[in-house]
Design a protein around this ligand. Structure first.
Ligand code: GLN
Length: 282
């Protein structure tokens, strides 16, 4: 059996009820199976899809029907200016985390660029560290993760992007630092409470629990990061944290009690309280 591109795409119906973006998913799967761009698919709807390509495409559709995230099926996720490699060892980078990067860049804009040192705690795929490292090649990034699997993915992404201003630390939060002092410590830590019903929705059941779930109703890791970062922040420098939609006040209290000043929360584009900064004075 052979099908044209447009006939193959009409099979996106199979994903109805399994995905909110069935047509887009199918386009991405077909483009990957054909090793071409989505634009090619629109331009050449009558091109024939070979049997081998069709098999690959069908295997993607099948996996998607099983709930697997598109990013894990294709092994890629767009973030910032890049197309990152991702796998089950890492959280799939979210668009709202790009706003965390934008805020980090704003905070760093007043630093003279020659000796800026930034830590990305729980780097996962490297998304935040890579976006910052590519913004200014003089900035030095420390990408930290407790998961060897995640660090492997982060390294792979950095290599593909030719970014060399990153070092990798296999440790939990600040445990791997010694004499280091940073101009900014940024983290998208796990902040979802154990048993939260969101964990059963969308892509989350496939993502590493280590990157999602935290004790104390999702606050334990935020508290630990805020506490241990104080020792490794330069005077007048910032801690920037992503957090859950309902954690603004609790994060503010944690930072205040630990002595951070100028605490401010910002919303993401969806209007959700999503990230908070605190300034550290020695
Ligand atoms: N923002 C993610 C979600 O709720 C969670 C990521 C995280 O815990 N850092 O889908």
């Amino acid at each position: 059996m052979s099908l044209s591109i447009s006939e193959a795409l009409s099979e996106s119906k199979q994903l109805a009820g399994y995905s909110d973006s069935s047509r887009l998913d199918a386009e991405l799967f077909l483009a990957a199976a054909l090793n071409c761009s989505r634009e090619y698919i629109y331009t050449w709807p009558n091109d024939e899809v070979s049997r081998r390509q069709l098999n690959t495409y069908h295997s993607y559709l099948e996996r998607r029907r099983g709930g697997e995230p598109v990013a894990y099926i294709l092994g890629r996720q767009a973030f910032w200016d890049f197309n990152l490699t991702v796998n089950e060892s890492v959280l799939i980078p979210r668009p709202e985390t790009e706003q965390l990067v934008e805020w980090a860049i704003d905070l760093l804009s007043c630093c003279s660029s020659d000796c800026v040192h930034i830590a990305d705690l729980g780097t996962g795929s490297g998304a935040i560290a890579l976006a910052l490292a590519s913004t200014n090649h003089f900035w030095q990034l420390s990408a930290v993760d407790v998961s060897e699997g995640a660090l492997k993915v982060a390294r792979m992404n950095a290599e593909e992007l030719n970014l060399t201003n990153i070092d990798y630390i296999h440790a939990s939060w600040c445990d791997g630092f010694t004499q280091d002092k940073f101009d900014l410590i940024v983290a998208n830590p796990p902040y979802v409470a154990k048993g939260d019903p969101h964990l059963r929705e969308g892509d989350l059941p496939f993502e590493p629990e280590l990157a999602l779930i935290s004790d104390e109703s999702g606050k334990a890791d935020i508290r630990q990061i805020a506490q241990s970062s104080r020792e490794f922040l330069k005077d007048d420098s910032w801690l920037l944290l992503e957090h859950g939609y309902d954690q603004k006040q609790e994060v503010e209290i944690i930072l205040k009690r630990l002595g951070y000043k100028d605490i401010e929360c910002r919303q993401d584009y969806a209007g959700i309280d999503r990230m908070t900064i605190g300034k550290w004075f020695v």
